[in-house]
Design a protein. Structure first.
Length: 118
């Protein structure tokens, strides 16, 4: 900008005003960051629960002991409980693996099922 006396540049008021506007824009983004972090945590727990269920089902399909039933693990303050049932029907084993956890007061449940010939 060209000012009186031919001096070029920005005045202190213009710089301060632009800093205030920039700060307000940054403050408006804080709730967005908090929401994104919460969604990321929930997605991580979903993947963790599904992975636990799939690993347990794979173990049970292979006749290996799958550990204590039910079992609970803690991940970042969230308890994830895994349990399974094996029901024999004729020459088949019906296997159901259930994983549960609570996030933000909401109970989440994942169930994987499979059949295995004996």
């Amino acid at each position: 900008m060209l000012h009186a006396g031919g001096a070029e540049g920005f005045t202190l008021i213009e710089v301060l005003l632009s800093l205030v506007i920039f700060s307000l824009c940054l403050l408006a983004m804080v709730p967005l960051l908090a929401t994104a972090t919460s969604i990321d945590r929930e997605n991580y727990l979903n993947v963790r629960a599904r992975s636990m269920a799939a690993d347990t089902l794979d173990t049970l399909m292979g006749d290996a002991p799958a550990g204590p039933n039910p079992s609970t693990e803690t991940d970042g303050g969230v308890s994830i409980t895994r349990s399974w049932d094996v029901i024999q029907v004729g020459n088949l084993d019906n296997i159901a693996v259930t994983v549960r956890y609570t996030f933000k007061g909401q109970l989440k449940t994942f169930v994987l099922t499979a059949q295995k010939a004996r």
